[in-house]
Ligand binder design. Sequence first.
Ligand code: 13P
Length: 249
Amino acid sequence: MRQLIAGNWKMNGLRAGLAEIRAVDRSLADEPANPLVLICPPATLLAEAAKTVDGGRVAIGAQDCHAEPAGAFTGDISAEMLRDAGATSVIVGHSERRQYHGESSADVARKAAAASRAGLTAIVCVGETEKERDAKKAVSVVTTQLAKSIPADLSVKHLVVAYEPVWAIGTGRTPSNVQILEMHAAARTALVKRFDKEAADIRILYGGSVKPSNAAEILGLKNVDGALVGGASLKASDFLAIIRAAPKR
Ligand code: 13P
C-alpha cells in the first residue's frame, strides 16, 4: 500500500502561503508518484489551492466539515461544499476539534458519514491524552474512539485513520517506537474486528511532532501507513523532506 503523507495546516496560511503548496507540487513533478501527498489548508485557501495543484502530485483536503449537506448552520461548511471547492479528503475528529469545540466521537462519526456521502475520504483522528496514557488507558481510549467515530456502513475506500497522541501534538515529543508499534497494532486489530480482511486496505497514519529528522524512522514502523503532519507541513522544504523519507511501498 502506498503511504499517505498529509499536511494539516490548522489555522495557518494566508494567500501568500499558496506558494508553499505550489512548491511542493512542482518539486514532486518529476519524482515517482509514491507516496500519496495531501495538504489540508484552511478553508479560505481550498479552492485556490486545488486550482494550483490541478493535475499535479498534491491533493487538497479540508480540516473539518458539518454533518448536514446544507442548511441554517451559520459559519459551518458542508462536505459537499468542500468537494465542490476541490477537496478530495477531510480531517474529522482532530483532537483540537474534540477539545476546543467539544466534539464527541458520535459527532465525528456523523461527519465521517457526511464525507463519504459527498465522495470525500474521511481522515478520522484518534489519540489519548497524557493523563490517559499515564493511567495505562491509551489502548482502550483509542479503540473506543475508533469504534464510536467510524460510522456504520462506511466503505474502507473512504476511510483513513490517524493516530495522534494528544501529548505529542505541537510539543516536539514523540512516542517511542515501541509505543507507536503497540498503538498502531491495536488500531489495526480494532479495524480488523470491524472490517475483517478489508482492514488491511485502511491506512493508519501517525501524527504528532513528525519532522524531517524523525520521519524515516517513524514511517518505517509496521502498521504505519503514512503521517499527518502539522507544523512541519507549513514549509515546503520540511514537508518535502518528510515526503521523501517515506518508504516506497
Ligand atoms: P504537529 O506535527 O505540529 O505536532 O501537529 C500534528 C497534528 O496535529 C496534525 O494533525
